[in-house]
Structure formats: C-alpha cells, structure tokens
Write a protein that binds this ligand. Structure first.
Ligand code: G6P
Length: 371
C-alpha cells in the first residue's frame, strides 16, 4: 500500500533511499574503541585463527557483494578467498576441510541454491558463516554463525539496500579477521573503520544525484543495450549495475572488467553506445585511475557515450565524459558502497520511464526457493 511505501512511488525508491540507514544499522554496536566487536560469531570465534581458506557463496546481487568481500578479506586478513555462485559450487567437488570457512551471503536466507550449498559445506566438515538480512532464516539457522545485516525488510524484488549492508558486514568481518590474525596494524584497522562509519553520510550525498539521473534515464528510455565497465572493486559494481538494468528495465546490459575490453568487448562499441564507467579515485595508490581514463579514451574514440561515476573534483575525466556523476571521496575499497547507488537509480528510473513495475519485474521472484 501507499502507506507502506512511506510516501515513495515504489518500494524500490524507498529502499534505495534507506541505504544510509542500512549501513548505519549494520555497523551499530559492532564498532567500539576503533575495534570490531562481533559477539555474533559465537563458537566460530574459536576457529578463526585456524582458518586457512575462505569460500564465499551466493547468488545474484549477493554474489557481487561477495566479490567485494574477496578484495577486502584478502587485503586485510591475507587469507585466500574464492567466490563462487551457490549453484555451481557443489558440482565442482570443492576442496573443503575443517579449516575452510564457507561464507554464504543471502538477503532472504532462503535461497534454495545457497541453502543446498551451505548444507554441502557442513557435510564436508567446513565451518560456515552466514551473512543474512532475515532474522531466523533457514540459512542462518543452519550455519555455525550468522552476522545479520540490519537493512530492514527488503520488499522490492531486485536487491538494493541489502547489497550495501552485505558489503558493510563483510568488511566488518574482514577487519575483525585481520585483528585476530594480526595481519593489519591497529591504526589501519581504526582508519578503515572510520571510513566505514563515514559511508552513511556520504550515501546521503550520493542520493542527491537522483534528479539528474532521472533526467538522463528519461532521455535514454529507448536504449537497447548498455555496457558497464570497472576495474578492481569497480568491476563488481559494473556487474551489479548491469544486473539491475536487466532486472528492472529489461535492457540488455553487460558488465566488464575494463582491462578486458581490448580482448573482445570493444568490438561492441559503435557510435552512440552508452557505457557507464566506474572510475577509481585519482588518489588511488595503484594508479588504476589512469588506466580507466585511458579505457574511456579508447571507447570514446569509437563513438561511445560515456557516463562516468567518478570522485567529485576528478578533472581528468571531465574532457572525455558526456556525463559525470560525482561521488564523495572515499578509500579505494569503500567506493563501491557509493558508486553502486547511481547505477541502481538509473535502472529504476529507466524502468519507470518505460512504464514498468520496478518492484515486481516480470519472471523474477524475491526469494528463489527452488533449485
Ligand atoms: C533473487 C532476487 C535477487 C537476489 C537473489 C539472491 O534472484 O531477485 O535480487 O539478489 O535472488 O537472493 P538472496 O535472498 O539469496 O540474497
């Protein structure tokens, strides 16, 4: 009903706007004195030191949160992390030991593919941790421990606020693991936690770009295909941007790692082709920024229409982009929490411009409880 939507035109619009709160509530009570506190881990806490490998399993949007978790966990806790789609995992005869931690990510906690993968992991003797948004869900109950994301109920079929909350939960866990394993100085953990806690206020700023994105989406309502490019943590953001557009606007969309362009996808570029590019911060120590700017130049020279999501004040992108959607400054691993939002809004607005139901797209279910 209209009341449940709290004045918003759709649950999707409402849930996109609730993202600052989703992150805030997921962090609430879990950071004290610049340290992570996760009593949620229970018995699993005793085994954390012995864990020598992590496998993250999930489907859909949650799997992209998992990909981001890999970058953070490997960087901070120096532990090998693999990300696998739940429905592929079991059939690979995965190598699992009591020192393997299998982290499942699921908004609903009821996705059958993910549940079956968790059961498989338990039978194989691995440790299991669930990142879940639904209190008491099956996957949460089956797992050794659960870190709940506190995004609040997500009603729209396509996931938005649960995604940013999943990233926040994974990052908390990564920083906790780094402290347990002594792989990161306390000062760096504290700085990363500061970054994380600054995200809600920055998300509020990103939400202010909505009117401009609505305009863009309105002009693009007859677009047939959209490409999304990103590098490093921008890559899962590109994948998620493409997924949102498929789910909501039924537009063919693909996300690519920007470096892969020259190995094939660049053949798709023809004059007028819209391409969203997730641009890393110019302050990025790995100088990925320059590489992405050169990717932009390559496709621009072939006529692509560039829509860049870039750090505010990034002057290097301006001359080559048709549109720049600014996001506030954030540390490299934290940018995805901000950069994904304009892409969610774009998909929602394009679907709205096409007259589609953004809360209940055709053929999709909020929670897929069949394999
Ligand atoms: C469905 C939804 C997606 C969601 C995926 C995983 O396909 O439409 O939005 O990302 O399931 O759902 P889960 O509840 O496991 O996160």
């Amino acid at each position: 009903s209209a009341a449940e939507k709290g004045g918003w035109s759709s649950f999707m619009a409402k849930e996109i706007s609730e993202q600052p709160e989703a992150v805030l509530k997921t962090l609430l009570g879990r950071v004290e004195n610049k340290k992570v506190v996760l009593p949620d881990l229970g018995v699993l806490a005793e085994h954390l030191e012995a864990i020598d490998r992590i496998v993250i399993i999930a489907c859909g949007t949650a799997s992209y949160a998992g990909m981001l978790g890999k970058y953070a966990l490997e960087k901070w806790a120096r532990i090998p992390v693999e990300v696998q789609l739940s429905h592929e995992f079991r059939y690979e005869d995965p190598v699992l030991t009591p020192n393997t931690l299998v982290i499942s990510i699921s908004q609903s906690g009821e996705t059958m593919d993910t549940l079956m993968a968790v059961k498989y992991a338990i039978e194989a003797g691995a440790r299991t941790l669930s990142i879940c948004n639904t209190q008491g869900a099956t996957i949460a109950r089956e797992s050794d421990a659960v870190i709940y994301t506190h995004a609040g109920p997500e009603v729209a079929v396509a996931s938005t606020k649960a995604f940013v909350a999943q990233i926040a939960a994974l990052y908390l866990f990564g920083l906790h693991l780094a402290s347990v394993r002594d792989t990161l100085p306390a000062a760096e953990i504290a700085a990363a936690l500061d970054e994380l806690q600054a995200i809600p206020a920055k998300l509020e700023k990103v939400l202010l770009t909505a009117p401009r994105i609505r305009e863009l989406a309105g002009w693009m309502s007859d677009t047939r295909a959209v490409l999304f490019l990103g590098r490093h943590v921008g890559y899962p953001v590109a994948l998620e941007g493409a997924l949102k557009l498929k789910e909501l606007a039924y537009i063919h969309a693909e996300g690519f790692a920007a470096g892969e362009l020259k190995h094939g996808p660049i053949a798709l570029i023809e004059p007028g082709q819209p391409v969203f590019v997730v641009v890393p911060s110019p302050r990025d120590p790995n100088s990925l920024h320059a590489k992405v700017v050169s990717n932009i130049q390559e496709i621009r020279a072939r006529g692509a229409r560039i829509l860049a999501v870039a750090e505010q004040g990034d002057a290097a992108v301006l001359p080559f982009a048709d549109e720049v959607i600014p996001i506030p400054l954030a540390g490299a691993l934290f940018e995805p929490l901000l950069a994904v939002v304009p892409l969610q809004i774009f998909a929602m607005e394009l679907a709205t411009a096409k007259g589609l139901d953004v809360d209940q797209p055709r053929n999709l279910a909020k929670s897929v409880t069949v394999e």
